[in-house]
Design a protein around this ligand. Structure first.
Ligand code: PEP
Ligand code: MG
Length: 959
């Protein structure tokens, strides 16, 4: 990424003409080791092809593809020519920016420069600059013009209070390039101003990259500070760029038209009222850009020159982006698009010239805008396809053979395959007439609305019903409807308009970087597919009446949550891993599940019989009657074992030779504690306290938290509670706790690192826990500890607070999830009261495999000998100091892992509440002495597969 800094600038240079200036520039690049001798020929050749003058006294000389090999490293050097250099055609350059780049990195430089190239007289400022800083300040532009276009208006949003509206507005400003990370946090310090008519105003000048105004409204009237709240204006303030819009807004309010804004359902009407940039209402055309280095200066100049041939206005944008289209007469605006090869350009032409101009533009872009272009791969062409299916059809699955997949939730299941996979939909991109297309779309939507009504009425669980109610709201969303109508008016077919609006909206959701809001993207796509299928006349497979095996490409937690365990006998997915959160939910629902079965699943005929074994990690297509009978017999045996396990669930778990293991529950909410006890839990081994924070729109206060923790302790009735303090960051973002973007959040500020940065939130949580304890057994552990100092800092805070409360039975420990914690266990064991090993994260960090990775996570197996070594080290160190060790990752519920973990000497297993009876039963069927031998043998093996084979054999002999 190219950046401009004062060190790159050479002030007060002089050159009699352009060739001399080029020599000086090249010398500067060479002197700083950016290019090798000979690059000058490239600069000269490039100027001969076309001037690199950009406007406002700025030129950007750079080499040609032939001289790219002479670039040693990417960089720029800026030469200031206060007396000016004639760059040809009477264009005078005061600042030349020489670029050394091997690829198209200079596109990003062009984007940086667009503000300087826009309004104002940057040329004069550059000329008069006395210092490098002044020069750079001139380049970064003054106030600029206020951004206010359709991407910054969000009407009828789902929001519950001012904070949520503010979050939505700030995100729009960020997406529009007006605000940077930290903008929201700075704004939250300010007080919102009431403007009347349920409209509020909040502005901030911190972390603003360019001025912009966002306007968001809520679906229903809310309250804030005793006043009604419906709409919020949020200004990213920079200079006085907003003044004209503010004047207009004041007039509107004085004229009593505020309510119009607050209740509007049309972004266009809002923009019209405020004088913002209106979405154009003109014929349009989409064409892919094939230029190797995107829409850089030369092809942009060709486009600009085409504009001169037409008397009307022509605009362009990168298709499906939120950005407003820009005029093709402005080089700076064209460059600001930053369009790259493979992206689709969407041109808009005034109706009078559209018929001639649009085909001419298509031809020019297709021919490369003056450059030689290689054709794009077929899938980059304007798509009539929703989702890419694999290029080569994967091999069909063999029938009657056991096929391997990743065991995600135990149990044997069989039934007809019900495929819920992304379908291809073919449709014409252009429609007959906007009226006809609107009619077709409305018919399709009405049919889906009926289906949704039925689904809502049929849903027995509230969670499932809520999902379909959300779909109803999305189907009726006025903002989506307005965007679709706009496309229909431009001539899109109903399918194309609906499809692209839904996809764009889904992408916007995903880009919010907020797990909860991003889940809405899946809902949008789900609904989008239903309507699209209806429009295309494609029947989506109907749900079989009898219990079926659900086959999906990948399963998200919300997909699983909406399943009806009475109808879904089992789940089989193409991708996914055993420790993904969806697998955790499948286990909690008691649905046998296999994940990561591979692309071959996509070839399955709907309705074909599947047999799956969620414990052994295998499945079979079209099993013979004999195999099916055998498997079902096994299932019955397992059922009987489960019945015995359930009958004995309240008994302690002792091995045959009398070794006791404590079996506790993992909980993700306070409501589940009573059920866990009813299922035989001897305590809670992991309370994922994030739920208290995730269920709340802002950080929960002391009282709210204390009530949640008390609820769990009350239900446990004297049994111990192990609470993990807040573990957010990485894969668990909190909407109201924005974390600056990190290249690799899994290795970034998360878990204890994050809470230590927010001592106030941390302290409130600790106080709430200590207050709730009331002398009952409370164990507090800190997540993601990787350094001894982190543990000590957290411990010291907890101990300092402890003195204030009655907490006689308190233990403090850490989760062992980071390999360094296991390796430092001999040091830590002296200080902690206990360790709880989080094998989900420990495995991902030890093996360097993302636990949710679509194709690799299957290899993230906690029975890998490398992970077992870390567990062994931890247990030995803990026992040497008389401390206990628990396992709270998913491995604790894995039947094959049980003998190994017991053999390594772990003292406690914490599993999902449903698994407790079977885990206890599993312990009862084992022999500690034999388990120890098995574990020792496992430590010496080479792979998880070898360990599993060893255990299978041993269990086969024992049971
Ligand atoms: C773990 O990492 O094993 C663990 C229990 O924590 P979580 O799954 O919540 O990250
Ligand atoms: Mg973890």
């Amino acid at each position: 990424m190219l950046e401009l800094t004062a060190q790159q600038v050479r002030m007060q240079q002089r050159a009699a003409d352009k060739p001399t200036a080029l020599e000086l520039l090249c010398r500067a690049l060479e002197a700083d080791g950016l290019v090798e001798p000979g690059y000058l020929a490239g600069l000269q050749a490039r100027e001969a092809q076309g001037s690199t003058y950009l406007g406002q006294g700025i030129a950007i000389p750079h080499g040609t593809p032939q001289t790219r090999d002479l670039v040693v490293r990417t960089g720029v050097r800026l030469l200031h020519f206060p007396e000016g250099v004639d760059w040809g055609d009477g264009q005078i350059v005061y600042l030349a920016i020489a670029i050394a780049a091997r690829s198209d990195e200079h596109l990003n430089l062009l984007q940086l420069l667009t503000r300087a190239l826009g309004e104002g007289d940057t040329g004069a400022q550059l000329r008069g600059a006395q210092t490098a800083d002044q020069l750079l300040a001139a380049l970064s532009g003054g106030a600029g013009t206020l951004a206010l276009d359709s991407s910054l208006v969000g009407l009828q949003q789902s929001a519950e209070d001012l904070d949520e509206l503010l979050l939505l507005a700030a995100r729009r400003l960020k997406a529009a390039g007006c605000a940077e990370s930290g903008f929201l946090a700075a704004l939250q310090q300010g007080e919102a101003l009431y403007l009347g008519n349920a409209i509020w105003w909040l502005s901030g000048g911190d972390k603003v990259s360019r001025p912009g105004l966002a306007f968001v409204t809520a679906q229903r009237e809310l309250q804030h500070a005793g006043q009604p709240l419906r709409g919020l204006f949020c200004l990213a303030e920079h200079g006085d760029a907003a003044r004209p819009v503010l004047d207009r807004l004041c007039s509107l309010l004085v004229e009593g038209r505020g309510a119009e804004l607050a209740n509007s359902t049309s972004p266009r009407a809002v923009l019209e009222a405020l004088g913002g940039e209106l979405p154009v209402d003109w014929p349009s055309l989409r064409v892919p850009l094939a230029n190797p280095h995107g829409l850089h200066a030369r092809p942009s100049q060709v486009l600009m020159s085409m504009a001169r041939d037409f008397s009307g206005e022509l605009r362009v944008r990168v298709a499906d982006s939120d950005a407003a289209p820009v005029s093709i007469r402005s080089l700076s605006k064209l460059l600001s698009l930053g369009a790259r090869r493979g992206q689709i350009l969407e041109f808009f032409a005034e109706p009078e010239i559209a018929e001639v101009a649009l085909p001419a533009l298509r031809e020019a872009v297709e021919q490369g805008l003056g450059e030689e272009v290689m054709p794009l791969p077929a899938d980059a062409m304007p798509a009539t396809v929703v989702a890419a299916a694999p290029e080569e059809p994967p091999q069909a699955l063999a029938s009657g053979e056991w096929l391997a997949a990743i065991a995600a939730a135990p149990g044997i299941a069989s039934g007809p395959a019900h495929l819920q996979v992304t379908r291809r939909f073919s449709y014409a991109p252009r429609g007959e007439s906007s009226e006809r297309e609107a009619l077709r779309l409305n018919e399709a939507k009405a049919a889906i609305a009926d289906e949704l009504d039925t689904l809502v009425q049929r849903s027995q669980s509230k969670a499932v019903r809520d999902i379909f109610v959300t779909h109803q709201a999305l189907l009726d969303d006025p903002e989506l409807a307005a965007e679709v109508s706009e496309r229909l008016v431009h001539g899109d077919s109903a399918e194309a308009a609906w499809d692209s609006v839904i996809e764009q909206a889904a992408k916007r959701q995903e880009a919010l970087g907020d797990a909860l809001l991003a889940e809405r993207a899946a809902d949008l796509r789900d609904l989008g597919r239903r309507v699209l299928a209806r429009l295309c006349g494609v029947a989506l497979a109907t749900e079989p009446e009898q219990p079926y095996i659900l086959v999906m490409e990948e399963v998200g937690p919300s997909d699983v949550a909406r399943l009806d365990p009475q109808r879904v006998a089992g789940i089989l997915t193409v991708r996914g891993g055993a420790t993904s959160h969806s697998a955790i939910i499948a286990r909690a629902l008691g649905i046998p599940a296999l994940v990561g079965a591979g692309e071959g699943l996509l070839q399955l005929q709907p309705g074909s019989t599947l047999l799956l074994d969620g414990e052994r990690g295998q499945f079979m297509l079209a099993p013979s009657a004999e195999t099916l009978e055998h498997a079902l017999h096994q299932r019955d045996q397992q059922q009987r074992r489960r019945e015995i396990a359930e009958a004995r669930r309240h008994e302690p778990a002792h091995t045959r030779d009398g070794h006791a293991v404590e079996v506790c529950a993992n909980l993700g909410d306070s409501a589940g504690a009573a059920t866990a006890v009813a299922l035989g839990a001897e305590g809670v081994g992991l309370l994922r306290s994030e739920f208290v924070f995730l269920d709340s729109p802002c950080a929960p206060d002391l009282v709210a938290q204390e009530a949640e923790y008390r609820r769990v302790l009350d239900a446990l009735d004297g049994r111990p509670l192990v609470v993990r303090t807040l573990d957010v960051g990485g894969d668990k973002p909190l909407p109201y706790w924005p974390i600056p973007h990190e290249a690799n959040p899994y290795l970034g500020v998360r878990g204890i690192r994050l809470t230590l940065q927010r001592p106030q939130i941390f302290e409130t949580q600790l106080r709430a826990l200590l207050r709730a304890a009331d002398g009952r057994p409370l164990r507090i552990m800190f997540p993601m500890v990787g350094l001894v100092e982190e543990w000590r800092q957290a411990r010291d805070l907890a101990l300092a607070l402890r003195a204030e409360y009655d907490c006689a039975d308190l233990q403090l420990g850490i989760m062992v999830e980071v390999p360094s914690a296991a390796l430092l266990a001999p040091v830590l064991a002296r200080e902690v009261d206990f360790f709880s090993i989080g094998t989900n994260d420990l495995t991902q960090y030890a093996l360097a495999i993302d636990r949710g990775h679509p194709s690799l996570s299957g290899q993230a197996d906690g029975l890998h000998p490398a992970v077992l070594q870390l567990i062994d080290m931890t247990v030995r160190a803990a026992h040497a100091h008389g401390k206990w060790v628990g396992i709270c990752g998913e491995l604790a519920a894995d039947a094959q892992a049980l003998p190994v973990l017991l053999g390594l000497g772990v003292d406690e297993l914490s599993v999902s509440a449903r698994s407790i009876p079977l885990v206890k039963q599993g312990v009862r069927e084992l022999d500690q002495a034999r388990a120890r031998e098995l574990a020792q043998a496992a430590l010496g093996l080479a792979s998880a597969g070898e360990v599993r084979a060893l255990v299978s054999k041993a269990l086969g002999e024992d049971r």
